[in-house]
Design a protein around this ligand. Structure first.
Ligand code: NI
Length: 159
């Protein structure tokens, strides 16, 4: 496994729509492994392939430690409710915003074995699904945030 470099805001790669994975190859599996390692090293709960410079529809998420969710060609198939909360992104270090997201989200995708899988998430996991899938369409949370927090607000909220 290898730690990959995380692309930061300002790079066009974060604004480009990703292509679907047509065939899961050993390279795809290597990328998934490397993305998980990179996410963990950066203390993130989610990472999308464009954030490591790869324009493919691939996402990894680890909201609960040890429970890695790998999504290939993911789609949101249902959502319900609403939540408002703080959101950040490894590609926008040090920044936070207030973003409204659905409270419950159902995602369908392929896993690393090419099998169709479905995940239902609420609260942070639902937020994470929305945030990471947006990355695949070149969208960042700052585009949809109600507002971005000031440095002082971030310090206060994070204690
Ligand atoms: Ni992000």
């Amino acid at each position: 496994m290898a730690k990959l470099k995380i692309v930061k805001i300002g790079d066009e790669v974060l604004r480009t729509r990703c292509r679907p994975v047509e065939k899961i190859t050993p390279r795809t599996l290597q990328l998934l492994d490397d993305m998980v390692e990179t996410m963990r090293e950066a203390d993130g709960v989610g990472l999308a392939a464009p954030q490591v410079g790869i324009l493919r529809r691939i996402v990894v998420i680890e909201v609960n430690e040890g429970e890695v969710i790998e999504l290939i060609n993911p789609k949101i198939v249902a959502f319900a409710g609403e939540q408002e909360g703080m959101e950040g992104c490894l590609s926008l270090p040090g920044q936070w915003g207030i973003v409204k997201r659905p409270m419950h989200v159902t995602v369908r995708a392929l896993n690393r074995y090419g099998e169709e899988v479905e995940y239902r998430g609420s609260e942070l996991l639902a937020r994470c699904f929305c945030h990471e899938l947006d990355h695949l369409d070149g969208k960042l949370y700052c585009d949809v945030a109600d507002r971005m927090l000031t440095k002082a607000e971030v310090e206060e909220l994070r204690g």
